[in-house]
Write a protein that binds this ligand. Sequence first.
Ligand code: PNS
Length: 160
Amino acid sequence: MTAIYPGSFDPITNGHIDIARRALSLFGGLTVLIAKNPRKAGLFTIEERTELILGAFDHDPRVKVDAFEGLLVDYARTAGANLVIRGLRAVADFEYEFQMANMNRHLYPSMETAFLMTGADFYVSSSLVREVSALGGNIDDLVPPGVAVALREKVAKRTA
Ligand code: PNS
């Protein structure tokens, strides 16, 4: 079974890693799948996000990283994947996730979405991490070390 874990990962956080590790222990392998958004450049390029993800997993051969543009179900069909992993942080995530899971199943009936609960210590979004780090706050406990360094470099470049 090929499990895919889609998201923006701009950047990957400890919360994402927690979910991915849980998925790995259940399914043995995982493709972390970066969604390209042509309307939004994001803080990190797709190449930077890919490197940060690979580094965060210490280049674990069970973790693949890929990127896609367009519909997730189209990627899944082509890749022969029908299991999507998503993390749930709190009840506030549920409505959006429920709609996405149902829409994906409507578009691709054999597509299943498995939700894993993010550990309470990791309740944080990439957008909050970006905001706090841009304003000089400490995010070291919230992201892998390579991401913390990359965030500081971005902030330094912007303020240079
Ligand atoms: O990390 P995010 O931003 O919450 O991830 C959302 C993502 C990328 C998984 C979702 O927006 C997505 O699947 N986008 C691809 C386009 C698509 O298939 N849209 C319909 C989903 S129902």
